[in-house]
Design a protein around this ligand. Structure first.
Ligand SMILES: C[S@@+](CC[C@H](N)C(=O)[O-])C[C@H]1O[C@@H](n2cnc3c(N)ncnc32)[C@H](O)[C@@H]1O
Length: 304
């Protein structure tokens, strides 16, 4: 029997954080290169071998600059895939239901990167002026860049550093974009459980749909839209490691106080790109009103 080798993303390996303190952990370049070789990914190993070091450790400033560049390029993909509109399609009816019940409305984007989703939603104002928008990410440099971009445009949103598994930021609704595949399948239940325990009323987590065409679509799209070798590599790796529907729905069941669904968003789907598809969760008492608020689109909600 051939042992299955995990697909690795370079971005997960070159910046490491202490889970308890949030402080940066120095990363030995040779260790990352060895891990990538062991995973059979010589191309990724070559990309990392070219990255600058201080002594034997990857230069953290150079890594941050690179990750900011890659996430800035990723923003183009998010624009192309209409990610802000896709989120709004679900968040507007979801927040309407919560607003009608007098809930405080606070949306927190987990793993926000340079904050494209939050900044877009803040710029359009589509969710309403009573909705507080916050982005959180593990990576200090990305949070700082997201804050800088938001301040530049005087957008009503904030960004803070936080870990997806120890959520310090309370939310009415948690969302994420392109983050689920960064967590191994056996860690996903803890991700969903953390949101349930934090008392959220709902969640919307978009990630790449695990289809056979996804790696090809991702290759085409990252080739056309991204210049950094790291971004091009990780884009395809993301599609290869995307979780299947049943993995996502059974992990989402760990949020015991929520009902979970997949949602097929045809309106914004570009057939030439890797498709994005969300897992949606909601407190059971809100599901009926949410379906009514979605109208005909409620047919696209698929329960686990
Ligand atoms: C592929 S990027 C997506 C960024 C952004 N959502 C976007 O669509 O452009 C994944 C993000 O998840 C963040 N991340 C990974 N693990 C995390 C964790 N445990 N807690 C918070 N953020 C995390 C990374 O720092 C990175 O910014």
């Amino acid at each position: 029997m051939i042992a299955e080798v995990a697909v690795l993303e370079i971005s997960d390996l070159v910046a490491q954080w202490d889970e308890r303190t949030g402080e940066r952990v120095p990363v030995r370049r040779a260790e990352v290169v060895d891990r990538l070789h062991a995973a059979g990914d010589a191309r990724a190993a070559r990309i990392v071998r070219r990255m600058p070091v201080t002594g034997e450790f990857l230069d953290p400033v150079a890594v941050d600059r690179l990750l900011i560049r890659v996430h800035t390029e990723l923003q183009r993909l998010n624009e192309e895939l209409h990610m802000a509109q896709r989120f709004a399609e679900l968040l507007v009816p979801m927040l309407d239901v919560m607003r009608a019940r007098g809930s405080r409305l606070r949306v927190v984007d987990i793993g926000c990167g340079v904050g494209f989703t939050v900044r877009s939603l803040a710029a359009s104002g589509v969710l309403g002026p009573d909705v507080e928008l916050v982005g959180v990410d593990f990576n200090h440099a990305l949070v700082a860049e997201a804050s800088r971009l938001a301040q530049d445009e005087r957008l009503p949103c904030t960004f803070v550093r936080a870990d997806a598994f120890a959520l310090a930021e309370a939310a009415t609704v948690y969302l994420s974009c392109g983050v689920l595949h960064h967590f191994a399948a056996d860690r996903l239940p803890a991700f969903f459980r953390a949101q349930d325990r934090a008392g959220a009323l709902g969640f919307v987590h978009y990630d790449i749909a695990a289809t056979r065409l996804a790696p090809l679509g991702a290759w085409l799209f990252h080739r056309a839209r991204m210049r950094e070798p790291l971004g091009r590599h990780d884009g395809v790796a993301s599609a290869r490691r995307a979780h299947g529907d049943s993995v996502l729905l059974s992990a989402a069941a760990a949020a015991e106080g929520m009902d979970a669904f997949l949602y097929e968003s045809f309106r914004h789907t570009n057939p030439f790109c890797a498709a994005m598809r969300p897992v949606v969760g909601l407190r059971p008492e809100l599901v009926g009103d949410f379906r009514r608020a979605l109208g005909r689109r409620a047919r696209r909600l698929v329960a686990g």
